[in-house]
Design a protein around this ligand. Sequence first.
Ligand SMILES: NCc1[nH]cc(CCC(=O)O)c1CC(=O)O
Length: 321
Amino acid sequence: MTENNPTPSSTAIQLRLGTRQSPLAMAQAEEARRRLCAAHGWEEGAVELVPVVASGDKIQDRALAEIGGKALWTRELDIWLDEGRIDAAVHSMKDVETIRPPRLVIAAILPRADRRDVLVGASSIAAIPHGAKIGTSAPRRAAQMLNLRPDCEVVLFRGNVATRLAKLAAGEADVTLLAAAGLERLGETDTGAALDLDEFLSAPAQGAIGLECRADDTRTLKLLSAIDHETSHTEILTERALLSALEGSCHSPIAASAVKNIDGRVNLRAVIFSPDGSDRVAGEVAFAASLSDPVGPVADFAADLLKRAKPATRAVFGQMQ
Ligand SMILES: NCc1[nH]cc(CCC(=O)O)c1CC(=O)O
């Protein structure tokens, strides 16, 4: 779509979507583009995908990643939105911190994909050999796995999906855990065994793609709202409300899964862990769905989880009264 390469059918660009550059992020952006074009009757060229390098993609080292804080994946996209270089940003909602710049708004959540984790390297958790090495850098996966299999050892595994699968193949770990949604989007559907949520609970917002834009950009807000999936949106807001009430992030040992039922009620279940997996506190709550404010019942639920947790677990989370 450059000026010196005109084509007879060249389409005017209607929307510029910023995305991270990893293969998974690009697959997510393609899905957003497909849905936008279908909803508005546009040709593919009407939505331009603009790849930006996110800070998190440049950092392979955990210590550096921690200095970068929670905004690792979103900061560059935020800046590009502010500068008007893109109209909207495509995010994997699992990686989006709960506190966002007030001038930005999550305008659409796409229909959620499979939220489960997939175990790669063994057919089930029980089938993992005694003392095996579990490759993961996610505190939730590490703590949950150590809770179920305290005989195992966690080794740090960073990088994108392909990198982690390559590390596994190279023998750096015996098993790893990946999101089913990510594997699906990369066409890796034959890889590993999906874990039942009753056995291994997923991360807040896992499997959900969100689109964010400037809060004052009414044109983009309207275009994006056409592809919003209300049920998924409610589930994601609920899970993020819990994460926020626990003052957690994607670096916290928190699992949560909300399901919105056809009767309009939301079921939320969650588990918090101590980092070593020795403490596990699970709970479940149901309440009437309200897109605008899942916060009240969720805050009480979060307080109850923390009350039942051991001091070592509570210390991982924010200060709660
Ligand atoms: N933290 C990395 C990340 N962020 C989002 C996904 C894909 C799954 C999703 O869309 O939630 C992944 C890969 C993984 O966890 O295996």
